[in-house]
Design a protein around this ligand. Structure first.
Ligand code: F0G
Length: 419
């Protein structure tokens, strides 16, 4: 069973079921899982056999681990078969970063094409169980699309507050497709999140990652990763950091898996920020509290200057023996193209992971013999404008432009050189 607690360590348990912050100290809330009676082989077996079941909960990579989640009534569960994403070998990425073993955990292979779905299925199911009519979030685009889809399934009204500039048009279109109401605000994600956190959570369901149900869903990505490796942890897991909910969630997932005995050890976590949006990397380097910044990066998903979950994320990175760093935008762009060459597309924010890994190998923090997983958080089609800009050199948006009858001749020449 899980119990809600103050993440800052206050003794008194929260009494308001809708609260998103501790009434005493204002810190975020977190679920604490009682791992005492859990039988790892039973959990492993149940999660495995459920994959062949026709129960919609069993076919979700999140809900097939439901004994490790806060309880939600079966009738409220809203699922789109999220969670079961592939772990894919990454030979080109490995060579680029300078490690012998690398795989991508592609969370962009979720129903709305980002990692948010694993958290959203739990947050929206809980909101539905509580009788909420409206779900709200601040977003750089992916939370918005995910909330909109799950809210549509659950029959809730979805309201998104998004920064007016610098958010991928593809994500806005996707969100509108699912029927959400999108409010663009002058300002950035941090302004939007402040407005959302000022709302009364008793009247609307706030489904940003300040909502602890989101974290519980997202922690299952750690289980899905371990399961695909026969429950043997890699040496390092490298992931991008923005608002820092996902680093908190993955760290919690690995820690609980270790406490239950599903895995013998936890991986070290490396959280990578874009240099223009790197308050957490700076706080880590200075061993100081986080000082918010005005964020600027082309990896718009992580253009966040005042991450809400930085304390939780710091605790997880410390507990794992990990690290935090930042990488400039041009290295993110290059790493994204390398990931593409492995036949695996991702959006720019996701590629911060590979760019960060490359730096950590270069500075000796990660050994070349290490066994590493990079977490890809969003699909390549989430930001097609970025990809098009990257490739828009010379023959603009293609390797060649062939007009009229020259095509067959062009193809014969091309095949002569490549076939
Ligand atoms: N990668 C992608 C693709 C994201 O969309 C986000 C966050 C992150 C990484 C960072 O994850 O915030 O948990 O540290 N996107 C949010 C949104 C903020 O609104 O979609 P985090």
């Amino acid at each position: 069973m899980s119990a809600l607690r103050c993440a800052g360590g206050c003794e008194v348990a929260p009494s308001d079921p809708d609260a998103l912050a501790c009434a005493q100290c204002g810190d975020l809330l977190a679920f604490e899982l009682d791992t005492g009676g859990a039988d790892p082989s039973e959990i492993e077996r149940t999660a495995q056999t459920r994959r062949a079941s026709l129960d919609p909960r069993d076919r979700s990579g999140v809900w097939r681990f439901r004994e490790l989640l806060p309880p939600v009534a079966e009738s409220a569960i809203t699922t789109l078969r999220e969670g079961d994403v592939p772990l894919i070998d990454a030979p080109r990425g490995a060579a680029y970063a300078g490690v012998s073993g690398l795989a991508y955990l592609h969370l962009g292979m979720n129903p709305t094409a980002s990692f948010k779905d694993a958290g959203m299925t739990v947050a929206i199911s809980h909101a539905r169980e509580r009788g909420a009519r409206v779900a709200v979030c601040a977003s750089t685009g992916n939370t918005a699309a995910s909330m909109a889809a799950y809210a549509a399934r659950a029959g809730l009204t979805a309201v998104v507050i998004a920064p007016v500039d610098g958010i991928s048009a593809a994500k806005v279109a996707q969100t509108l497709d699912y029927g959400a109401h999108v409010v663009a605000v002058e300002g950035d994600f941090d302004d939007a999140l402040r407005a959302v956190r000022a709302l009364d959570p008793a009247t609307v369901a706030v489904v940003n990652s300040v909502n602890p149900y989101r974290i519980e869903g997202q922690k299952t990505a750690a289980l899905v990763l371990l399961e695909q490796r026969g429950w043997a942890a890699p040496d390092w897991v490298v992931l991008p950091g923005g608002n820092l909910g996902n680093a908190s969630a993955l760290g919690k997932g690995f820690r609980e898996a270790r406490a239950i005995g599903l895995t013998a050890r936890t991986p070290r976590l490396a959280v990578v920020q874009a240099s223009g949006a790197a308050p957490f990397a700076r706080a880590w380097r200075d061993d100081a509290d986080l000082v918010p910044v005005r964020a600027q990066t082309d990896a718009t998903a992580i253009r966040i200057g005042a991450p809400a979950s930085w304390k939780k994320a710091r605790a997880e990175v410390r507990a794992s023996g990990g690290t935090v760093l930042d990488v400039p935008d041009d290295e993110i762009a290059e790493a994204r193209a390398v990931i593409g060459r492995d036949g695996v597309g991702c959006e720019p924010a996701s590629a911060a992971s590979l760019a960060g890994l490359r730096r950590l190998v270069a500075d000796g923090s990660i050994r070349p013999a290490a066994d590493v997983v990079c977490v890809l958080t969003g699909h390549v089609l989430k930001d097609t404008a970025y990809a098009a800009r990257y490739h828009a050199s010379g023959a603009a948006h293609a390797n060649a432009i062939v007009r009229g009858a020259g095509l067959s001749e062009y193809l014969s020449r091309l095949l002569l050189t490549h076939a």
